[in-house]
Design a protein around this ligand. Sequence first.
Ligand code: ZN
Length: 483
Amino acid sequence: MFSARHLSRFRFHTRIRFGVLVCGLVVVAPDASAQTPSLRVTIKLRTGGALDGLVVEHSDAGLVIAHDGTPYAFAWQALEPVSAIAARRELMALSLGSDKANPFDAHDYYDLGSFALQIDASNQAIVFFRAAQVRDPALAGDIDVALATYRQRSKGARKSAAAQARGNTATEAQNTGVAADPDATSFASLLSAEPTTPLVREQVETIYRTFGETVRNVMGKKVTLIETEHFLIWTDWHQRHRDMLANVSESMYRSLCRQFGVDERENIFLAKCPVFCWKSKRQFVKFARHFDGHDGTNAIGYTRSIERNGHVHVVLLRQGSTRIDLDRFAATLVHEGTHAFLHRLHAPRLIPHWINEGLAEMMSERVLGDRSVAGEEASLLARVHVRYDWPIADLLNSTGPIGVEQYGLACSVVSYLQQLGGDRLAKMIRALKSGLSLADALAQNFDGLTLERLESDWRDWIKKTDPILNAPKPEDARLPWHD
Ligand SMILES: [Zn+2]
């Protein structure tokens, strides 16, 4: 275990399961001035935790809730299915503006059924489809198509997992015969100054493998090592879920190299990057406390970096085994893996947290596409900030850790910089790593851009590109707080 003095030199980037943090933004609830009805909901998250608040935005992608003056965005997939369906149902009823006990017609039930399929609640979908078909038998054909498409998608997801498993070039090895050092309970005590030569890198890799043996001693003999070109992944997962680990890690590595102009053959890590993936909260918390002196209770993943010796490792928790659970895990892997990569890139200097988190979310969307909800949550948050003119200067000027509810906003602003030029963004990160302030690094690489102008340019960009802000009503007009 570490003393407080040690801890102060370690950095943790923790992806919080759910957290209520203050960001200094006062949300003016849209119904306060407009006197229009709006909805207060309590939602439950798949990762645990609940939140209540006023719905200030919703779309097919998700919803934004104002809680204690702070907006929180959630993709529908992030919510417990029962909770998601209840909220969606109430929002639909509200938008229909009817006093009837049951305002839904056949098409509304059909929409609810399709929505349930979107969040993998197929039993609930069938209930809604039945209600739709009773009211309008002509919908039978559409319902068949929706169910067939859903089954095809589920089958496709299973197939591609199997194909990835077959094409998986990663080797799996059980570490045997390596003498474990009983005192070697932390990477901090294992490594001294940062090694630079290939020989020393090899020694570090040996130290890592020995450490893996210690992990097996503490965490159980079921822990297996999955080795890829750039990662040493220790996990207690069952075989059928393990194959994704190597594939997602290496796709992420390639993507990060392209983003930051690093040669893929180069190894950015000290040796291979150690990653620890646990299938239960109990194991995750045990590892976090035992090896990192970190209380993992409220987290689903974290990256730990030690500036003195250049070491970095990633620890992750998988909650559940459904398609949505695995996708969420993959997104956390890419998020934390991006932090690990960024820590090693150029120099270990810390960059402003909002940029770090924004990049991590952007990479998650880039690597995983539809499997990640980072892009959807970023769009929702960006939209409410632009729609209601909520300022983002506090975020842009912040240097310390940001709340998990601000990740989407950070992602949106970083994505704005990315579309101005990925090479410019990469150069800006290099400048930050060399010790330049954000204001200087930004100005130097984006034609004298100031933080103030960044906010207004970003706002204009969202106004121009957000499909819902630009949509000439129908669907949009159903929102109760619109004229
Ligand atoms: Zn993070």
